[in-house]
Design a protein around this ligand. Structure first.
Ligand code: HEM
Length: 503
């Protein structure tokens, strides 16, 4: 489970990313609701899917602990199509969904919320008042307020920060020139320093030693996966919230790290706001980062449209953690592909050099670099940092399909009725390798697909390039636009040969 990651009714609200549609019941939903009430049998059980090797683990070890990500999942998709059933721990039925029509429906519908493990993890680490911890009206309000830090103008202001981080990265690479290095911790540090600068106006030195140590502990906990954790997760998902809230006080290393992370985020958020308040009282401009913008809005307009200081502080853990390893891993996978394909590296370097020459020391037009943009889209398509999202149906609901599905009973259906509580895996990595969507070469890393005309079949989903890396709907990742610019800047500025790669 990638629990570190990391939705609104107002059609006029301008959030970054995908248009926000929190749909009222559609005619489709109304007609199917009556149909569904007539057929309360468990349809999910009759959806085809792979055999389960064990009652205890179901297909979970194959899904999450295969030697290379997708060893089983991509094969299952080839055999069973974009909507199939797998077994979770203790015989639980889970749906694996990569059908674009179904995904679009789920992401924009009010009939689904985070699954229980994800909800508990969000509450524990980010807090119940964080943007991911709140729902409905509160979510819409916090999301609208946070959007000041993610507008096109704000993202343009971040470019010097991205450039500075890329420069530091170059210096670190130069120090290790000719030697083999582990690039992942360097990238993680680079993304943390960028996020800290644009969110809080703080450098990593300002964050302090204890924060830095805890931050890397938390990322290690979040990215480690084992059979024991999979079972613990499945048991945890069945426990009520109060058990989780109590369990966090256990004297284990993980619980201690999470307790420390919450305390440090709270202290940090309060300290940043105190300093910004004092700076504003001295007449200084505090509109230079996300927290400065949020505080300034609150000082000028204390209506319900702005966040209170406590609400701003409550966003510290999520904004500092959600984008760090997701961005670093995207960069790392891009570098792996560059290392494997020297010709691509040379062509990219030629495009970067000619664009930099044309800019003549002025601002660089990243949009005018087709190969760089194609390379970034292809890296995102092949290697989504969050491979699977988790949702639960909050009531009995019917999910539409692109085509139809033949059940194990032989019946063909074009809509899947699911019961309240049904667990759904939004299979983003599978969707991004769906041959019916991307073509027969969907499994190949091929940036040229983005340059050779229409890239995908069917209606667009997701906020960027028809990709689901940032999911979609009201909970689309708000960092989407800044990340894509940040990736352009980093690859442009870190003009270094990647000579080889080992894992
Ligand atoms: C390549 C980098 C990134 C990827 C792939 C990514 C992916 C995602 C995904 C998939 C979600 C939705 C999770 C869900 O609803 O299940 C999400 C939510 C979120 N992301 Fe990102 N993210 C990235 C970087 C960032 C950055 C840099 C920030 C901010 C500094 C950020 C802040 C957030 C926040 C605040 C949410 C919660 C949104 C909400 O619930 O309304 N992310 N991200």
């Amino acid at each position: 489970m990638l629990f570190l990651l990391g939705r609104a009714d107002d059609p006029n609200a301008t959030y970054t990313g995908c248009p926000i549609v929190q749909s009222p019941p559609t005619s489709f939903e109304r007609s199917w609701t009556s149909h569904f009430t007539l057929r309360r049998r468990n349809t999910v059980r009759n959806i085809p899917g792979p055999a389960s090797p064990s009652w205890l683990f179901g297909n979970m070890l194959q899904l999450y602990l295969s030697p290379t990500y997708g060893d089983y999942e991509f094969d299952w998709q080839r055999i069973y199509g974009p909507f199939y059933r797998i077994k979770g721990c203790f015989g639980q039925d889970k749906l694996m969904i990569s059908d674009p029509v179904s995904l679009q429906y789920i992401l924009n519908s009010r009939h689904f919320k985070f699954g229980p493990s994800m909800e508990n993890a969000i509450h524990l680490l980010y807090g119940i008042d964080s943007i991911m911890g709140v729902n409905e009206e509160d979510h819409k309000r916090i999301r609208a307020a946070l959007s000041v830090g993610f507008t096109a103008a704000a993202v343009r202001d971040y470019i010097p920060v991205f450039e500075k981080a890329a420069q530091t990265l170059i210096e670190q690479l130069e120090e290790s020139s000719g030697k083999s290095i582990n690039i992942c911790p360097l990238l993680s540090l680079a993304t943390l320093s960028t996020i800290s600068e644009v969110v809080l106006g703080y450098s990593t030195e300002d964050l302090g030693e204890e924060f830095m140590k805890n931050n890397f502990q938390i990322l290690t906990i979040a990215s480690s996966q084992s059979a024991t954790q999979i079972v613990a997760d499945a048991i945890g998902a069945r426990l009520p919230g109060w058990v989780w809230r109590g369990a966090i006080h256990l004297p284990t290393a993980t619980c201690k790290a999470i307790r420390t992370a919450k305390r440090l985020a709270n202290e940090l958020g309060n300290q940043v706001l105190r300093e910004k308040r004092e700076a504003a009282e001295q007449g200084l401009d505090i509109n230079t980062d996300l927290y400065g913008r949020l505080l300034d809005l609150h000082r000028l307009d204390k209506t319900k449209n702005t966040l209170t200081e406590a609400e701003i502080v409550a966003q510290t853990a999520i904004t500092m953690i959600a984008g760090q390893d997701t961005t670093a891993n995207t960069l790392a996978f891009g570098l792996v592909e560059l290392a494997k394909t020297p010709e691509l590296q040379d062509n990219l370097r030629a495009e970067i050099h000619s664009t930099l020459r044309a800019s003549d020391g002025g601002s660089v037009s990243y949009d005018n670099m087709p190969l760089l943009n194609a390379f970034i889209k292809e890296s995102l398509r092949m290697f989504p940092a969050e491979a699977i999202g988790e949702r639960t149906a909050v009531e009995d609901v019917v999910i539409p399909l692109t085509g139809s599905l033949t059940m194990t009973t032989g019946e063909r259906i074009s809509h899947v009725p699911v019961r309240k509580g049904q667990n759904l895996n939004l299979a983003m990595a599978s969707y991004q390798r769906l041959e019916s969507r991307w073509g027969e070469d969907a499994q190949e890393f091929k940036p040229s697909r983005w340059l050779d005309g229409p890239t995908f079949e069917g209606e667009a989903v997701g906020p960027y390039a028809n990709l689901l890396n940032f999911l979609g709907g009201p909970r689309t990742c708000p960092g989407c636009d800044s990340i894509t610019i940040g990736l352009c800047v980093t690859f442009t500025d870190s003009d270094h040969h990647v000579d080889g790669v080992s894992r």
